[in-house]
Design a protein around this ligand. Structure first.
Ligand code: 5GP
Length: 116
């Protein structure tokens, strides 16, 4: 997979407002927030461009880490009890802009359904 802006954020070559980090994932505020809380949670490895590249035998622990981080961040940012939305955009029709797998954590307001 080719490098994206997220690889540079992982290497701390460009700034980001980091809210959570461990050996597997990095989470930071989205530069164009769509809700009062809008966090991007990304795996540190440059291996998955999109969720359709997911393979159970290779990547299950990565997905677990993303969900674990999301729930922890929601608690840390005090939106856990009210609820929140986790989104993974996949490909052109899914609205994916950056081809480094990432999960959006959105909260702090009531989300609309269906999404646009
Ligand atoms: P996607 O549309 O691929 O699911 O989401 C990509 C997200 O990355 C967008 O919400 C966009 O605002 C965010 N984004 C793009 N470039 C940067 C950046 O340089 N820094 C941060 N913090 N977010 C970015």
């Amino acid at each position: 997979m080719s490098e994206t802006i997220f690889s540079k954020i992982i290497r701390k070559e460009i700034p980001a407002e980091i809210v959570y980090e461990n050996e597997a994932v990095l989470a930071f505020k989205d530069i164009r927030p769509q809700a009062p809380v809008h966090i991007l949670i990304i795996p540190k490895i440059d291996e998955l461009e999109t969720i359709k590249d997911f393979q159970k035998d290779k990547h299950t622990s990565i997905l677990s880490s993303l969900f674990e981080a999301a729930n922890q961040i929601a608690k840390d940012l005090s939106i856990s009890n009210e609820g929140y939305r986790l989104v993974i955009n996949c490909g052109a029709n899914g609205g994916q802009e950056v081809y480094h797998l990432h999960m959006h954590l959105l909260g702090g307001r009531k989300m609309n359904w269906p999404p646009g």
